[in-house]
Ligand binder design. Structure first.
Ligand SMILES: *[C@@H]1O[C@H](CO)[C@@H](O)[C@H](O)[C@H]1NC(C)=O
Ligand SMILES: *[C@@H]1O[C@H](CO)[C@@H](O)[C@H](O)[C@H]1NC(C)=O
Length: 344
């Protein structure tokens, strides 16, 4: 089973999974996963449908803090098609903080819907399925040497989930990945892409998220994931969504009948006894000292600004009046006679 895990987690070398074949539909579809992968039948599986009424607000949850995401180094990043999704391997220098321990990045990958369809995210919010979902997989680098080891242990992995919705404009950071999908059309193909800011793939607000304990959403479904689902979606264009839905095949180049890789999302799993926590907004309430000072300076600045504008408007009015007076004096004097009808 180990080779499957290594590949799933983006370990080096050929991108094709071994172990029992699995798919989303059909005889090897998700309802049959537990037959070959027992953990898939567990009681703490992912994804889930997040129902707002069942969520517990937890003000102690700090904002997520990605470190090193802006500049992931100078090396090209390996991108592959593993027959189930597109996987971008990430350097270990990317760290996710704001979690109980320090987690190192491993890879990111995507889940999307049927070509021409709309919904393809894995996590639902109030039953709503977003267009697609990105998962950034991390492992506990304090306790484990790598992700394949960490995934066997509770809390060994931390996955950051980002919901993708369709908006008007193409998203430039996502274009950095999507434009290379044509090079990994068939299962098992790999390429390398120029590094770019991984932070730019995330929504602006990292203080708003849902947190729960769950699993990998694909076989072997190990229940070792501390989930963080960001509440703000990121918007990509309809054309970008179609690139994701319509470029890749789940079959190898040598296979006679190419199968489009689409609809690679798992249905919602039972919550059972688990809790789902929600972070509280951190920015507007509870100003830090720095923010307080900034606000005072801002307010002072506004006062000075107001004073200056009143002063300048006054000055300008005075100077306008002076100009008018001078104008009258000039007109009067240009008549070569004593100004007998001069009045302001
Ligand atoms: C991961 O760590 C384990 C335990 O230290 C080791 O046996 C294994 O070879 C490592 N795997 C990879 C892919 O580095
Ligand atoms: C997740 O599990 C850990 C222990 O394994 C526990 O300390 C933590 O409170 C759980 N988190 C949630 C959100 O239930």
């Amino acid at each position: 089973m180990l080779p499957v895990l290594l590949l799933l987690l983006g370990a080096p070398a050929p991108a094709l999974p071994a172990g029992p074949h699995w798919a989303y539909e059909g005889p090897h579809g998700q309802h049959h996963w537990p037959e070959g992968y027992p953990a898939c039948g567990g009681r703490a599986q992912s994804p889930i449908d997040i129902r707002i009424t069942g969520v517990e607000p937890d003000p102690s949850l700090p904002p997520i803090h990605p470190e090193g995401y802006e500049s992931p180094g100078a090396s090209l990043l390996p991108l592959s098609n593993n027959g189930h999704t597109a996987v971008l391997e990430l350097p270990r220098s990317l760290r996710l903080r704001g979690l109980p321990r320090s987690f190192a990045a491993e890879q990111l990958h995507f889940h999307w819907g049927a070509a021409g369809g709309s919904g393809g995210a894995e996590h639902l919010v109030e039953g709503h399925r977003a267009a697609a979902e990105m998962h950034v997989v991390h492992y506990d680098a304090e306790r484990y040497g790598n992700a394949s080891e960490a995934q066997h242990h509770s809390g060994g992995l931390a996955v950051l989930g980002v919901l993708l919705e369709v908006g008007a404009a193409p998203h430039p950071a996502y274009a950095n990945i999507l434009r290379h999908l044509g090079s990994i059309r068939y299962a098992g193909q790999r390429t390398s892409i120029p590094p770019f800011s991984i932070r730019a793939l995330l929504p602006p607000r990292l203080d708003l998220y849902y947190r729960y304990n769950g699993s990998l959403t694909t076989p072997p479904c190990f229940q070792s994931v501390l989930w963080t689902l960001l509440r703000e979606p990121v918007r990509i264009s309809q054309a970008q969504l179609e690139q994701l839905q319509g470029t890749l095949y789940s079959t190898e180049a040598s296979e006679a009948e190419p199968q489009l890789l689409e609809g690679n999302f798992r249905g919602p799993q039972e919550l059972n006894q688990r809790r789902v926590l929600a972070s509280s907004p951190k920015a507007p309430e509870g100003y830090s000292t720095g923010e307080g000072i900034a606000i005072i300076i801002g307010a002072l600045g506004s006062c000075i600004g107001l004073f200056l504008s009143i002063h300048l408007v006054g000055k300008r009015m005075r100077s306008m009046r002076r100009t008018q007076e001078q104008d009258i004096v000039f007109k009067a004097s240009s008549r070569r006679g004593p100004p007998n009808h001069s009045h302001p």
